[in-house]
Structure formats: structure tokens, C-alpha cells
Write a protein that binds this ligand. Structure first.
Ligand SMILES: Cc1cc2nc3c(=O)[nH]c(=O)nc-3n(C[C@H](O)[C@H](O)[C@H](O)COP(=O)(O)OP(=O)(O)OC[C@H]3O[C@@H](n4cnc5c(N)ncnc54)[C@H](O)[C@@H]3O)c2cc1C
Length: 291
């Protein structure tokens, strides 16, 4: 079923953004293919959202068919030493299944509040691990059909993949390795405690704003050095805790967040000669002006 004008602020962790012109929640591969075919017939772009944990959606909304994978496309199970998960499965569910089966290798994802498909699209990673290291293959579905692609064919690099517009990760297989459950639990507690100590985990954010530049300073340290930590535009604020996060400090709009991003880029360029590239994906009419 295709819904109309569904507010996307509910589907992003930062809680801002306008409506999707069209919206669907496919639960099976057949429903997904049907929705993609419908999008092609209507001539609208298809965009998948996971948990919206690295998304900034334009206040005016998105003139596209937005898909959110549910049902069997959001489940996960262990088969031998493989974690087999739907593209819409949350990392938390995948991690839970792996831990229950005594399989390690996915622990790094405990601090990444997204889905399996979003992790592939972004090649998400933390604490030395990323999707590229454990992904065996993924089933990619588009209006043209479905095909399995290996990690190499998906072109996973630092916070990017070669997935094209209209391509949806419906399922993925990860190779894990036996590990004692107590060790897995200890690693997860340790990583979560490290996260809590350094990042605004109790605020509404969209994760890293910028990719780390090729520079001795990380993006967060660079923004901090420009004096912008705690700086506010409207309802959005550069986190007082970590320079590479923008918090929704109450009634923020995407334009507020974009204005902060533009100012951070301008100052980083002026001070360090570095052009910061945004990691957060921008949906709809949102654009950072060239420096
Ligand atoms: C508090 C916090 C901490 C974070 N920490 C980290 C971190 O340590 N490391 C890190 O890498 N990221 C981190 N992030 C960012 C984010 O969680 C990751 O990028 C995550 O992988 C995004 O997954 P998602 O399902 O929420 O995708 P979304 O944000 O919904 O979408 C991101 C991109 O993936 C695409 N996409 C989503 N699902 C699919 C699919 N099934 N098929 C094809 N494309 C798809 C979307 O179209 C979009 O382009 C953090 C975010 C927050 C809020």
C-alpha cells in the first residue's frame, strides 16, 4: 500500500524534516519489488530510510517514494556462522541474534543506531570495525530486478558505497566467528561506556555531521577548534559535548542544522584550508553552498 504525505520527522533520529510525497512499508521482497515498479511507473525516485540515524530531511519534504523495510525485510537469524538479516533489521536485533548464538565480530555496531541496509549504504563503522570487514554479500533490489552483490561489488569505502539511487538492500549475510558470550557482552559494555563518555548519546542527533578529513585533526576536533562547540542557530546546536554532532535542542529545523554546517565548513576552510565533506545524507532540497 502506498501512503501519501507521511511526516519523515518521525523516521529520523534528529526528529526534523517534512513529509515524503509517497511512502511505503514493504514487508516482503515481492512487496518491495511491487513498490519499486510503482515508483518507476509514476516516474518518482525511490529512497530507502533505515532508522534515519544519518539523515537530514528538508523541511519542505521529499518529492519521492520513501521506503521503510518492515516484516521479514527487518528480521535477522543465525545460520551456522552467518548472520542473515533483512536490510531493515536494526543493528540491535542483529547483534542480539549473534550474541545469543555465541558469534562475535558485530560488536562494533553496538554504538551505531541504524539498520543493516543503512550500514551497507554508509559502510558504517566504529572502533576499528566496519561493514566491509564482515559483509559476505547483499541482495540488492531495484525496479530492474534483484541481484546478489559481494562486498567488493558494493564498493564499500570509508563511509560510502557504490549503491545507486533506487537500489535497495533487501537482505545481507555477514560472516562472524565463534566467541564466548561473556566476552561479547564485556566488549559491548566497554564500547557503550566509551561512547557515553564522549558523545551526546542522550540527545537527538543524526550522528557524525562530517567525515573525518585527511588531516591530523578529526572533524570533531576541527569544529571544536573553530570555537563553534555549543553554537546555536534556531533550535539546532553544535553539541557542547562533541564538535561533530548537531543536537536538536528543541524545535530545530533542517535549515537551522544546515546553517550550522555551513558555518562550520566556512570556519574550517578559513582556519585550516580544509573542505569538510558531510557524512550525513541530505534528502530533498537541501544543499550546502560551495566554499
Ligand atoms: C548517536 C549516533 C551515533 C552514531 N555513531 C556512528 C558510528 O559510530 N559510526 C557510523 O558509521 N555511523 C554512526 N552513526 C550514523 C548512523 O547510525 C549510521 O550511518 C547508520 O549506518 C545509518 O543507518 P540507518 O539505517 O539509520 O540509515 P539512514 O540514516 O536511514 O540512511 C542512511 C543512508 O542509507 C540509505 N539506506 C538506508 N537503508 C537502506 C537500504 N536498505 N538499502 C539501501 N540504502 C539504504 C539511505 O537512503 C541513506 O542514504 C551514528 C548516528 C547516531 C544518531
Amino acid at each position: 500500500m502506498i501512503e501519501e504525505r507521511v511526516a519523515l520527522s518521525r523516521f529520523t533520529t534528529v526528529g526534523v524534516g517534512g513529509p515524503a510525497r509517497w511512502f511505503a512499508r514493504p514487508r516482503t521482497e515481492t512487496e518491495l519489488s511491487d513498490a519499486l515498479s510503482w515508483g518507476r511507473q509514476q516516474g518518482v525516485e525511490a529512497i530507502t530510510v533505515g532508522l534515519g540515524s544519518n539523515l537530514l530531511v528538508a523541511d519542505g519534504g521529499v518529492d519521492a517514494l520513501v521506503l521503510r523495510l518492515e516484516g521479514e525485510l527487518a528480521g535477522a537469524a543465525v545460520e551456522s556462522e552467518l548472520l542473515v538479516a533483512g536490510g531493515g533489521a536494526t543493528n540491535a536485533v542483529g547483534l542480539h541474534r549473534a550474541r545469543a548464538a555465541g558469534l562475535g565480530g558485530f560488536e562494533f555496531a553496538c554504538a551505531i543506531p541504524g539498520t543493516v541496509g543503512g550500514g551497507i549504504a554508509m559502510n558504517a563503522g566504529a572502533y576499528g570495525g566496519d561493514w566491509k570487514q564482515i559483509l559476505v554479500r547483499a541482495l540488492v533490489v531495484s525496479a530492474d530486478g534483484a541481484e546478489w552483490r559481494t562486498a567488493a561489488e558494493l564498493g564499500l569505502e570509508y563511509r560510502r558505497s557504490a549503491l545507486r539511487s533506487g537500489e535497495v538492500v533487501a537482505r545481507a549475510e555477514f560472516r562472524l566467528a565463534p566467541r564466548p558470550v561473556e566476552e561479547i557482552k564485556a566488549t559491548i559494555s566497554d564500547l557503550q561506556a566509551r561512547r557515553k563518555a564522549t558523545q551526546p548519546t542522550n540527545k537527538r542527533t543524526f550522528g557524525s555531521v562530517f567525515k573525518n578529513p585527511d588531516h591530523e585533526l578529526s572533524a570533531g576536533r576541527m569544529v571544536e577548534a573553530t570555537g563553534l562547540k555549543g553554537h546555536r542557530v534556531g533550535g539546532a546546536q553544535i553539541s557542547p559535548r562533541h564538535g561533530n554532532f548537531i543536537e536538536n535542542a528543541g524545535e530545530a529545523t533542517s535549515e537551522d542544522a544546515l546553517a550550522l554546517m555551513a558555518e562550520a565548513r566556512r570556519r574550517a576552510h578559513e582556519q585550516f584550508g580544509v573542505v569538510l565533506e558531510h557524512e550525513v545524507r541530505l534528502l530533498g532540497a537541501l544543499e550546502l553552498q560551495p566554499l
